[in-house]
Design a protein around this ligand. Sequence first.
Ligand SMILES: C[S@@+](CC[C@H](N)C(=O)[O-])C[C@H]1O[C@@H](n2cnc3c(N)ncnc32)[C@H](O)[C@@H]1O
Length: 440
Amino acid sequence: MTPGARLQAVIELLDQVWSGRQPADQLTDAYFKKRRYAGSSDRRNINHVLYQILRRRARLDWWTERSGIAVPQGPRARIIANLALADKAAPDEISTLFSGQIHCPGALDQQELELAESLYGRPLTHADMTRSTALEYPEWMDASFSALWGDRLELEISALNQPAPVDLRVNTLKTTREIAKAELAAQFIETEETALSPLGLRLVGKARLGGTQAFRDGLVEVQDEGSQILALLCGAEPHMTVVDYCAGAGGKSLALAASMALRGRVEGQLYACDISQTRINRMEPRLKRAGAQAVRRKILTGKDDAWIKRAKASADRVLVDAPCTGTGAWRRDPQAKWRFTPDQLDDLLAQQQAILSSAATLVKPGGRLVYATCSLLQEENEQQLFRFLENHSAFSPLPIDHIWSETIGGPPPPTGPCLRLSPASTGTDGFFCTVLQRTP
Ligand SMILES: C[S@@+](CC[C@H](N)C(=O)[O-])C[C@H]1O[C@@H](n2cnc3c(N)ncnc32)[C@H](O)[C@@H]1O
């Protein structure tokens, strides 16, 4: 593809990212599936520019607004700003890329040309920017992040705006970490063992895993190291009854199934529940590949769900991997930053509390309720925990260092009474986790 055609692909992808709610990686996968002519270097380049723009959006828009030039804040203006500010591309170079020729972006109009001229050579980050603009996060989250991190804020937020590594969880239903590592190496995929998860392998450099035998045979699943840790902290064991209450497409259900395995078979009852039929359906091929067909899938119909009533007080472990703002996963989905408003956060908080209350009814005396999010906002984490405890006196939090040494072994990374992971502190996505016990 020519440089202009690659840029046109970025414009089309940005349009898709900004007009829907689907994460950019899913959109790019679908986009390239339909465009087999795009070679691996085209894909790399398009992805690189796409994510650059997603990660710089606040600063690019700040500059466009400051220029006073009336251009709409869309993919074209942001690409022009990125070329002029970050790549130091001169206006005539930008005009060459926006050539108007076949497969290339349409020619620059007068305002766009003025924008390219006005921004050329300026620094991407400017001293007049607010902290939230310079560090690329929504201003309304500033109070929450400041309270949480104090003078670590810049370090933590900057790490959230970097590309993330690809982590794999070794499927112990089928293999061991040593064997999986060797199998991947035989297919020229180099990995290193993750520092915290005893089941994790981190890809060294880039690799296309999907076509490898190790992946097709279900020896490994793509899963961030932090997610692996959350599943391990549930302490699921063979012969238990375990519920993954917000299972989505089954990332953690697969990990729980492996924890419940005896001689390669899931022993006990593992229920993967969700209100989304589409997500539950996406789990099926993954269960098959992993050899975890014993997992029972349940589509929940709300708080009066008949299965929830029947299963009352029956589970040894209930994991609530709650729907959340996803602030901890901004490395993988930078667009998620701009998806929520304060009002939508309020709705989400009410939803999380309702889910926790309903999930709690499933826990048997002496059983455990694990609450986890991939959010870093205290409103969705510690504050939700306190609110839940106020209304559910039968539950009390267990010290996370005890849980860690019982389920993973050794001490956890430095953390408070609940577990907090983040790119800057643990090299994982950002997560929160607390384990509650129902009075025996
Ligand atoms: C963070 S995602 C779960 C990710 C999944 N556990 C994994 O590891 O891949 C949250 C999920 O909660 C589900 N959800 C939302 N409201 C729910 C409810 N009231 N009951 C159960 N699941 C719900 C969403 O459909 C979504 O799949």
